[in-house]
Design a protein around this ligand. Structure first.
Ligand code: ADP
Length: 353
């Protein structure tokens, strides 16, 4: 049983004079306790609407929502009482792209504010707020105002505030989207640390696959309200099932722009381009030489890259292989047996058909 279980969740928005928008359509997913679950997709895909059903900030029109073993919604009907829902919501923290801090009050007051209804005495609230600031490495900024901090520091304050009521779940809605690469990195590292140290469950919505690749255990790809692919990060990156996933993962953006900048002539009958994605652990470094020696095809390298996938090194190569169609099929078989994810592309970087 997961800590978050969504079954056949739908969210429809209907305006009187407009057509109904199916913002979320038949989404089922399970988030395991103590994991980071990434929900990726372009803007408008339905990511925010979907995660807002987890704490019922958005009521689903159909489906089931269960959190921490408690039924929130069954068959599209809220089954948790308002009072209980209020308590349950405290155990689900949220952070956003624009931090949502109170700009007129100091950093420590921003956090103390979240503890107003905790039943703690003022002294205890101050002590706890400082402890939370320490957790995000900002104890020395307690008396600063948000505007005096960098974006990354403001987001860390927002994280400390979101953790004030000791939630089991943290929902991160595009929390790094407004940050520069360095601050993004800091926030992602912090989220991973919180997962490890507090056994926190994190649902991370983003349009940036790079963020997902760095920290997520599981990932779901959303398009037009539906989940079009989901699974472990490794499976989704190494064996993408759809073109959208292929475009999101495996450095494909770079692969396509590399191919376009090369301005290759149309491929002849005896040429094929492959994108190869592989785990560095189980693929020997001689794979390209092996293709020449064992299959007799000529291989030219067009692009190469290694990146970390939640800490595991993953290689991406783009190669041009010369050989007749039989040899191309042999090449594909050989690579797949070597546990390389092979995608055949045309000279423009689109899927070969
Ligand atoms: P994402 O988070 O992936 O960018 P959203 O969940 O914000 O996507 O939006 C999904 C779709 O639902 C969009 O077409 C959006 O315009 C629509 N939508 C979101 N909220 C509302 C609302 N309150 N009323 C009507 N349509 C909405």
């Amino acid at each position: 049983m997961g800590i978050i279980e969504l079954e056949h969740v739908n969210v429809d928005f209907s305006d009187r004079d407009k057509d109904t928008v199916h913002a979320v359509h038949d989404v089922s997913l399970t988030v395991e306790k103590g994991s980071i679950y990434g929900i990726v997709g372009f803007s408008g895909a339905g990511k925010s609407t979907l995660v807002r059903t987890i704490n019922l900030l958005q009521k689903p029109t159909a489906g089931n929502v269960r959190v921490n073993g408690t039924d929130f919604v069954k068959n599209g009907k809220q089954v948790i009482e308002t009072k209980q829902l209020q308590l349950a919501r405290r155990k689900i923290g949220m952070i956003f792209q624009n931090f949502n801090l109170l700009n007129e009050t100091s950093v420590i007051e921003n956090i103390a504010f979240a503890l107003k209804h905790s039943g703690l005495k003022e002294k205890e609230i101050t002590a706890k707020s400082l402890k939370l600031l320490d957790l995000v490495d900002l104890k020395d900024k307690a008396d600063f105002f948000p505007a005096q901090l960098s974006g990354g520091q403001q987001q860390r304050v927002a994280i400390a505030r979101a953790l004030a009521n000791e939630p089991d779940i943290l929902i991160s809605d595009e929390a790094t989207s407004a940050l520069d690469p360095q601050n993004t990195q800091q926030i992602l590292t912090l989220l991973k640390k919180l997962k490890d140290e507090l056994n926190l469950t994190i649902v991370l919505i983003t349009h940036e696959m790079s963020a997902v690749k760095q920290v997520c255990d599981q990932v779901a790809l959303m398009q037009r309200g539906e989940i079009i692919e989901k699974g472990s990060l490794r499976d989704v990156v190494l064996h993408p099932q759809t073109e959208l996933t292929q475009n999101f993962v495996g450095g494909s953006g770079e692969v396509i722009s590399t191919l376009q900048s090369l301005k290759l002539d149309k491929l002849t009958e005896n040429e094929a381009i492959y994108q190869l994605v592989y785990s560095m652990d189980n693929v020997t470094k001689t794979i390209v030489i092996d293709l020449y020696r064992k299959i007799g095809v000529e291989v030219s390298m067009l692009y190469g890259n290694v990146e970390l996938l939640n800490g595991e090194p993953i290689g991406t190569l783009l190669v041009l292989v010369k050989g007749n169609e039989d040899k191309q099929q042999e090449t594909i078989r050989f690579l797949e047996e070597a546990k390389v994810a092979v995608t055949r592309l045309n000279e423009k970087g689109n899927l070969y058909d």
